[in-house]
Ligand binder design. Structure first.
Ligand code: ADP
Ligand code: ASP
Ligand code: MG
Length: 414
């Protein structure tokens, strides 16, 4: 088999742990498999580099920022390759530009356009373990790019797709995907098998165990993803195409995202064209708007509330003030914002065939006296915006209220 193993920051967080990675991949190779590794920066390193950058400069879209933050992975690949050699194996390291991970030029959040997997194949055919830097690529002009936080997951799955690997193993510091973050809710349970679709929702709604883009690529190129612990041999979670039995589980997981802010524009004229005028400047500035709620108009005016990434909130308000003063007031006095929000969500493919999940979610939040500020739904998820100080309480209430601490067969109906 051809196996891609991705090791996250904690898994390569010290020399001892790098030696553990070397031992693990050599054990896999000894079973007769070809192995390509994708490794992250040592834990804390990317944060350290970003902090350094922020002391000089606050625009993450700058080319030079990626030059700096990509270096953490360069250290890791060299170290892990040396660790494999020290343990008696053969290994070769690859930076993003050396196995031609070509991306677009969106610095700090680049998307992979193509991969030339030939250099990696040559290494594997020569009996070497290929050790590839996660998170980084190169754009058409040769500038170094990075794929956004958690981007090594995406490198892992993209390399697996490019090589036609049998599996992409994501080694991390928890032993699989849980019903909610096990570091926040100790009663969380490991999920044995989860559909790409559900995993995509969990990832996009705050479960950072896999980067969203890695799940998208896995789904598109049908790469089976196995999320597992780098500290034990236990079977982890398989992310796979949807299976019929998965529909029996109504709610699979609960997530929380704390990185959004809420903006309200008050007393807008209730006429056509207002929303497009308001959101136009934001779209042009590549600010992604998430939830949007417009209140019923009574006196010919209406309020419109939406959420944006918290890091973009200031820019969004400044843009609206400058570009649509007729809508928000010359000083922007009709704009209100709140940075202290959290979005809690419940996710499950079973929601397609079971009613009553929303009602139960609202009951559970009400029982904790948590006020719901915004609601949005899709076929397989329901999200509520609440005050951030209640985030953990809400996650625990929803997790246990939907019976997720029990095995699926023992969970009560809604
Ligand atoms: P790595 O450095 O290996 O990429 P990350 O820190 O990016 O690891 O992701 C693993 C972390 O994701 C876990 O330590 C856990 O706190 C968090 N997490 C959030 N939601 C979940 C979930 N539903 N299941 C498992 N882990 C989760
Ligand atoms: N080192 C990068 C980060 O910390 C990429 C990764 O670990 O996936 O976000
Ligand atoms: Mg990660």
């Amino acid at each position: 088999m051809l196996i891609v193993q991705k090791y996250g920051g904690t898994s390569v967080g010290s020399v001892e742990r790098m030696k553990n990675v070397a031992a693990r991949c050599l054990a896999t190779a000894r079973q007769g498999h070809q192995v390509a590794l994708v490794v992250s920066a040592m834990s804390g390193e990317t944060n350290r580099l970003l902090k350094l950058v922020n002391e000089i400069h606050d625009d993450p879209n700058d080319r030079e920022v990626d030059v700096i933050v990509s270096t953490g992975e360069q250290v890791s690949v060299g170290m892990v390759a040396l660790a494999i050699r020290a343990a008696g194996g053969k290994a070769r390291s690859f930076l993003g530009h050396q196995c031609k991970i070509v991306t677009d030029s969106a610095f700090s959040r680049a998307r992979i356009v193509s991969i030339d997997s030939q250099p990696i194949k040559d290494a594997l055919d020569a009996g070497e373990i290929a050790v590839i830097a996660g998170f980084q690529g190169v754009d058409e002009k040769g500038s170094i790019t990075t794929l956004g936080r958690g981007g090594s997951d995406t490198t892992g799955v993209a390399i697996a797709a490019a090589l036609g690997a049998d599996v992409c193993e994501i080694f991390t510091d928890v032993d699989g995907v849980y019903t909610t973050d096990p570091n926040v809710v100790p009663s969380a349970r490991k999920i044995d098998r989860i559909s790409y679709e559900e995993m995509l929702e969990l990832a996009s709604l705050g479960a950072k165990v896999l980067q969203i883009r890695s799940v998208e690529l896995g789904m598109k190129y049908k790469v089976p993803i196995h999320v597992r612990s780098s500290f034990s041999d236990v079977e982890g979670t398989w992310v796979v195409p949807e299976e019929i039995s998965m529909e029996n589980v109504v709610v699979s997981g609960v997530t929380v995202a704390k990185d959004e802010a809420k903006i309200t524009c008050e007393d807008l004229p209730d006429t056509s064209g207002v929303a497009s005028k308001l959101f136009g400047p934001l779209a042009e500035a590549s600010i992604s708007v998430d939830m949007i709620v417009q209140n019923q108009a009574h006196d010919g005016t209406t309020d419109l509330t939406f959420t944006v990434p918290r890091g973009d909130r200031k820019r969004a308000v400044d843009l609206l003030r400058a570009q649509v003063p007729d809508l928000v007031g010359p000083e922007g006095q009709r704009i209100k914002f709140d940075d202290e929000i959290a979005k809690v969500s419940v996710v499950g493919v079973g929601m397609r065939s079971h009613a009553g999940v929303a009602k139960r979610m609202f009951q559970l939040l009400a029982a904790e006296n948590i006020n719901i500020q915004l609601i949005s739904t899709s076929e397989i998820k329901i999200s509520c915006v609440i005050a951030r100080k209640y985030a953990e309480l809400a996650v625990r209430a929803l997790h246990d209220g939907f019976g997720l601490s029990l095995p699926p067969s023992e969970r009560a109906g809604l």
